[in-house]
Design a protein around this ligand. Structure first.
Ligand SMILES: NC(=O)c1ccc[n+]([C@@H]2O[C@H](COP(=O)([O-])OP(=O)(O)OC[C@H]3O[C@@H](n4cnc5c(N)ncnc54)[C@H](O)[C@@H]3O)[C@@H](O)[C@H]2O)c1
Length: 393
């Protein structure tokens, strides 16, 4: 029997749209037809369309009419309205992280350091609620593109938890590097905050996911977060910061260092560090300390491959690994970085869910818990780290 073709479209034509497009080429088991792209910057979108051999749409409505699924690959401030517009047309949504957030009061001089974090949390929660309601009204679903959930090491840990009935007592992890490439990233009003949400969302959501898996495997219900303590800092905005040229430091109002310490409803813990001040490539890992095993998930770097290159110029045309400062000497060269990161696996899983109607591992409810936890973390950080209850939706 011929497989049904799923028609899909991309919204956004930048960094994440490119890796979504790459991952879509690898989806097996479902025929995916990437129809076209729409983005706010027409020139960039038209160039992207030409490069990929897909159609350029100059209107969102026209793209929505032509597809069954849209990938939201825009800065976070645009996610909610785009997702609701698609769900209202019964089009499935694959939405990049973070799902949504608080994007300021619209004033020209809005500054995150002066913003009210209680208000930030309530407005972010209001948007999450709108998305939950839009999905409930729609015949389509929202899939949350948190690639850490589909990274092979995190999925292996899922299997260990499900088969051994282990109890996670403490997780600790990190996502860090030397600064995002995105211009929008410098402004909290475009991204919903700083590194706490922009990068911290990855290890945090993986930790929330694994406690969800543990609870469902043992007792048939997820174990959810209850309380959070957090600190945020802006190290590259300190008057004492000395720029040596290796770390991005042109941020307007974002935090570039944060940690969150989460207590779950069973009293167990997760501690997440995240920053934009770490040299030597992307540092993404999660360690799980359970009552019956211990796992270290090294997403990046990992030792799947090591290269020694005596001269920089030999590797001039060779991509080794993301955000590494030099290719000379020993390198954690990644033979298939996207696979280690979970990008192709998440796309395949979403399209299989769309084709079969089965639930996805990374869904709107997981994204909702992550958003409420992170904005509660910002409330805590504004109070220098007092423990704050997480008012889950
Ligand atoms: N999962 C990951 O590993 C990962 C990595 C990078 C970025 N991201 C996420 O991807 C999203 C986009 O980031 P990026 O790095 O691709 O940004 P980018 O700046 O490279 O590209 C953003 C694109 O969105 C378009 N755009 C902006 N506002 C729009 C709107 N209102 N309507 C339509 N198009 C609009 C821009 O024209 C541009 O083409 C963010 O949510 C970011 O957090 C995820």
């Amino acid at each position: 029997m011929a497989k049904k073709t799923v028609r899909t479209g991309l919204i956004g034509a930048g960094f994440s749209a490119a890796f979504h497009y790459e991952a879509l080429q690898k989806v097996a088991g479902v025929d995916v037809d990437v129809v076209g792209v729409y983005a706010r910057t027409p020139q960039r979108a038209a160039a992207f369309a030409q490069k990929c051999g897909i159609r350029y749409f100059d209107r969102l409505e026209a793209l929505l009419e032509a597809v069954d699924v849209v990938h939201i690959c825009t800065p976070p401030y645009a996610h909610t309205a785009l997702a609701i517009a698609a769900l209202e047309q019964n089009k499935h949504v694959i939405c990049e992280k973070p799902l949504t957030g608080y994007f300021g009061d619209g004033s020209a001089d809005f500054h995150w350091d002066r913003a009210d974090m209680e208000l930030a949390r309530s407005e972010a929660m209001e948007k999450v609620q709108q998305l939950l309601e839009a999905e409930a009204r729609s015949q389509a679903r929202l899939f949350y593109a948190e690639n850490w959930i589909y990274a092979p090491s995190i999925q292996k840990e899922r299997e260990i938890l499900e088969k051994t009935g282990g109890q996670i007592l403490w997780m600790h992890g990190e996502e860090a590097h030397s600064g995002s490439h995105s211009v929008d990233y410098a402004y909290a009003a475009r991204c919903g905050g700083g590194v706490l949400i922009g990068k911290g969302c990855h290890p945090l959501t993986a930790a929330l996911y694994l406690k969800r898996v543990e609870g469902r495997a043992r007792d048939g219900r997820p174990i959810r977060p209850r309380q959070v303590t957090a600190r945020t800092h802006a190290l590259t905005r300190l008057p004492t910061f000395r720029d040596a040229g290796h770390i991005r430091c042109d941020y307007y109002d974002i935090d570039d260092f944060a940690f969150m310490h989460v207590e779950f409803e069973d009293g167990t813990l997760a501690t997440v560090f995240t920053s934009d001040i770490v040299l030597g490539g992307v540092h993404n890992w999660l360690e799980i300390c359970a009552n019956n095993h211990r796992t270290i998930c090294n997403i990046n770097p990992n030792t799947a491959m090591l290269t020694y290159n005596p001269r920089e110029e030999y590797f001039r045309d060779i991509y080794t690994v993301e955000k590494i400062g030099t290719k000379q000497g020993w390198n954690f060269t990644s033979p298939d970085e996207d696979w280690m990161t979970g990008y192709p696996q998440e796309m395949e899983a979403f399209y299989r869910s769309i084709a079969t109607g089965r639930p996805a591992e990374s869904d709107l409810h997981l994204a909702a818990d992550a958003i409420v936890t992170m904005y509660s973390a910002y409330v805590s950080a504004r109070r220098s780290g007092v423990a704050v209850e997480i008012p889950l939706l």
